[in-house]
Design a protein around this ligand. Structure first.
Ligand SMILES: Cc1cc2nc3c(=O)[nH]c(=O)nc-3n(C[C@H](O)[C@H](O)[C@H](O)COP(=O)(O)OP(=O)(O)OC[C@H]3O[C@@H](n4cnc5c(N)ncnc54)[C@H](O)[C@@H]3O)c2cc1C
Length: 426
């Protein structure tokens, strides 16, 4: 007699255990749902870090997650943007200070693998959350539920699938949600560096003709008091040449590119090369499925927006399904998913297109484009209210902050208020 594969039920199945999936799973479990999160946990170091801004830190603090990262992150108090395009009319250097918008720091920088490993550990210890570290093999949508088969043959049935299974999302394709994809003639090189001089909690972006070369503060390690992470966007050809360089030669090329800002440097541990692509899903949700993170949107790592945007997806989804439950509605219904789509559409559109524009404006080498960029930067440099509005938009985006990102976090909406808001959204 064949042995029946085991099956389990959950309110919500999260596909993908990257930073976005694990964060969404924790937020949904925090809201009281039973959650299964399924996906391999990638703990490999690749020189990549994420700068998490104030709204994201509020989210992790509200979930009780951030305390686990104490001592593993580095604050970013200032951001400096230097025009290194070699333009005839270079833009002035732009300096942003968190204090100008009443914050002690814009956010914190942490290694990607440290964040993902930490979130996975917390998820594994969360009572109404089950973490399965394996790929989802198949997904079927029924009218009343979604059914997924995990790598070990187990079947999970849930009312909603939160799809955070990355750029080649199986969940997205099984739901027949299309995408628009494009490429950039760039590769991002990532590395962790130790250097002679202190970064003074300042992140410095050198805007070059091949894209930004950005140094971001990193926590000190014993014997290495001064550390930064690097994201350097360069042409594909330059990346191919640099793949063959020794670590000492590469460190010298980095030091030259950043004008010895932090003195002599050395590369600590593995580095990474990431071809630059963009992708936008044609919709963010439909009955029984909500897309989040890189399953929904991808753009180059300028201004550290990608994961910060994904965490707003996660916080918004938790809020919307929580409201639906309070109202006695089906959490995976077309109506609930429409509320998610409407809550996230503008934020995703603005970030994807804003970053695309910023990146292309650097690659576009002609005098009018240079003049427009120079004039825009000069305006941000000289006009305080404009500069402060830009800073706020980067770290605490206006109009899109879910309850978990408010300070202090807002409690669950009362049913009447939630109903009124849902009525207004519909
Ligand atoms: C060089 C670089 C620097 C960056 N710096 C920043 C920064 O400073 N700040 C910032 O906010 N953002 C930054 N980003 C963006 C940020 O790293 C990404 O937005 C974020 O990592 C995306 O997380 P994710 O969970 O959506 O995707 P992923 O990390 O790709 O996770 C998707 C997961 O889904 C899993 N999966 C795939 N198929 C299946 C399946 N069938 N079943 C189950 N699981 C599946 C994969 O194994 C993977 O673990 C940077 C990006 C790059 C490339």
């Amino acid at each position: 007699m064949p042995i029946a594969a085991s099956s389990a039920k959950a309110d919500i199945l999260v596909a993908g255990a990257g930073a976005a999936g694990l964060s969404a799973a924790l937020a949904l479990a925090h809201a009281g749902f039973s959650v299964v999160c399924a996906g391999p946990v990638d703990r490999r170091a690749n020189g990549r870090t994420v700068a998490l801004f104030e709204a994201s830190l509020r989210f992790y603090r509200a979930l009780g997650v951030w305390q686990h990262f104490r001592g593993k992150t580095a604050p970013i108090a200032k951001i400096t943007v230097i025009d290194a395009t070699g333009a005839r009319f270079p833009a002035p250097t732009l300096s942003f200070a968190a204090a100008e918008i009443g914050l002690s720091e814009f956010g914190e920088n942490v290694e990607n693998d440290v964040l993902v490993d930490g979130l996975a550990g917390i998820a594994a210890g969360t009572p109404n959350l089950t973490l399965h570290e394996g790929l989802i093999g198949n997904i079927n949508f029924d009218d009343d539920a979604v059914r997924a088969t995990l790598a070990d043959g187990q079947e999970i049935t849930a009312a909603l699938l939160a799809a955070a299974d990355g750029r080649n999302s199986l969940a997205r394709s099984k739901a027949f949600i299309g995408t628009r994809s494009w490429t950039y003639p760039q590769t991002a090189y990532t590395a962790l560096l130790s250097h002679k001089k202190s970064h003074l909690n300042i992140s410095t972006e050198f805007h070059t003709r091949s894209g930004p070369c950005t140094l971001v503060p990193l926590r000190p390690l014993p014997g290495k008091p001064n550390r930064s992470s690097l994201v350097w966007l360069m042409s594909r050809e330059a990346a191919e040449r640099r793949r063959g360089l020794s670590s000492a030669k590469m460190a010298r090329e980095i030091e030259e590119e950043v004008n010895s800002l932090l003195g002599p440097m050395a590369i600590d541990g593995p580095c990474g090369f990431f071809p630059m692509v963009g992708m936008s899903a044609s919709r963010l949700a439909c009955r029984r499925i909500a897309l989040l993170g890189e399953a929904a949107h991808i753009f180059p790592p300028l201004a550290a927006q990608g994961l910060n945007l994904s965490l707003r997806d996660a916080a918004a989804l938790a809020e919307i399904v929580e409201d639906a439950r309070v109202l006695g509605e089906d959490i995976g219904s077309a109506q609930t998913m429409k509320a998610y789509e409407e809550a996230r559409r503008a934020d995703v559109f603005i970030r994807t297109n804003g970053i695309d524009f910023l990146n292309r404006s650097l690659l576009f080498n002609n005098i009018p484009a240079g003049l427009i960029r120079g004039a825009t930067v000069a305006a941000f440099s000289m006009i305080g209210p404009l500069r402060r509005a830009l800073m706020r938009e980067g770290v605490l985006p206006h109009g899109t902050l879910p309850r978990l990102m408010q300070e202090p976090p807002l409690p669950q909406a009362f049913p009447a208020a939630a109903a009124a808001e849902r009525g207004a959204r519909a």
